[in-house]
Design a protein around this ligand. Structure first.
Ligand SMILES: NC(=O)c1ccc[n+]([C@@H]2O[C@H](COP(=O)([O-])OP(=O)(O)OC[C@H]3O[C@@H](n4cnc5c(N)ncnc54)[C@H](O)[C@@H]3O)[C@@H](O)[C@H]2O)c1
Length: 294
């Protein structure tokens, strides 16, 4: 007759439950989560969402290549110091993603200083608000496509070549937007660049899949950064609402009842950068508190 509770049975039962639970998970996926010395390169990581991603990936064990435009020289050093305070290594570079030579040089410096590259986050991006498409200038058209589309392509190519050379796969994560799904004035051009990001993510995922490289994107909604400060200020000029009121107005569209913070996005990027997303590619994950259902 067994007693009602046996410590020995509880112990062996727990082992059996663990074995059942862990069936289907390869030991390599557990190893990957704990492997130190993984490296992530995040473009435009001097502030905003890019900074949050750098710090989250550092907390997850990645060494980080922090880079941004020379105008953000001070802030990339601050982000690098924050990464080092988390116990990881960091280097900084100036990288204008519109210049392929800058992107290639940043990848080269990252590999030289931190070892093989494992993750690229093509985060750098700009926004433009135009009351009417009819008034858009050539310079504006060129600038937004050069940064949001050509810059992202440059980054994907440079990282893709490095991953293929290393022969061990890799992860590319691109900055899309809820604007990737729906275009509307006063940001028609911006929306079109972000629709291109979603399309590029799908196509590059297919091309790079044989090399065990996954390519995904994150699509933020309204996130509290300098980018949204600019939207708010430009909208204010258009509709006369006081500064801050357009930001409050869009909050009413969010099912979860609040606009986002950079951490909301970096949480999702951490999933896309880690082993739990190894079987996910070509996807754009919306991070918007429930505004757009993809
Ligand atoms: N904040 C939002 O609500 C929101 C929503 C959807 C998508 N996004 C996207 O997320 C990404 C990050 O946005 P954020 O809100 O952190 O913006 P942000 O303006 O705070 O930061 C963007 C960073 O990119 C850098 N950058 C700009 N042009 C560059 C270039 N040519 N080369 C290298 N770096 C450059 C900037 O210097 C800046 O540090 C962008 O791609 C943006 O389009 C943001």
């Amino acid at each position: 007759m067994y007693p009602l509770f046996s410590p020995a049975r509880a112990f062996f039962g727990a082992i059996r439950d663990y074995r059942t639970l862990s069936r289907g998970f390869s030991s390599s996926s557990f190893r990957a989560a704990a492997t130190p010395n993984r490296t992530a390169l995040i473009t435009g990581s001097g502030r905003g969402i890019g900074r949050a991603i750098a710090l989250r990936l550092a907390a997850d064990g990645f060494n980080i290549c922090v880079n941004d435009l020379p105008a953000n020289a001070e802030s990339i050093e601050e982000v690098a110091s924050e990464v080092r305070a988390l116990g990881r290594e960091a280097i900084t570079t100036f990288c204008d993603v519109t210049k392929m030579s800058d992107v290639e040089e940043t990848v080269r410096k990252s590999v030289e200083a931190l070892g093989p590259l494992n993750v690229l986050v093509a985060n750098a991006g700009i926004v433009q608000i135009q009351p009417s498409l009819l008034d858009v200038t050539d310079a504006e058209m060129q600038q937004i496509y050069e940064v949001n589309v050509f810059g992202l392509i440059n980054s994907n190519i440079a990282a893709g070549k490095q991953f293929i050379k290393q022969g061990n796969g890799g992860k590319i994560i691109n900055a899309a937007s809820i604007a990737s799904y729906k275009s509307a004035p006063p940001s028609i051009l911006y929306s079109s660049t972000k629709a291109a990001v979603r399309s590029l993510t799908q196509g590059i995922a297919l091309e790079f899949a044989p090399h065990k490289i996954t390519v995904n994107a994150y699509a933020p909604g309204n996130i509290d950064t300098k980018l949204w400060e600019k939207i708010d200020a430009e909208m204010s000029k258009m509709n006369g609402l006081p500064i801050g009121e357009n930001w409050k107005a869009v909050e009413k569209l969010v099912a979860l009842g609040r606009n986002g913070i950079p951490k909301d996005v970096s949480n999702v990027v951490a999933f896309l950068a880690g082993p739990d997303s190894d079987y996910v590619t070509g996807q754009t994950l919306v991070v918007d508190g429930g505004m757009w259902f993809s």
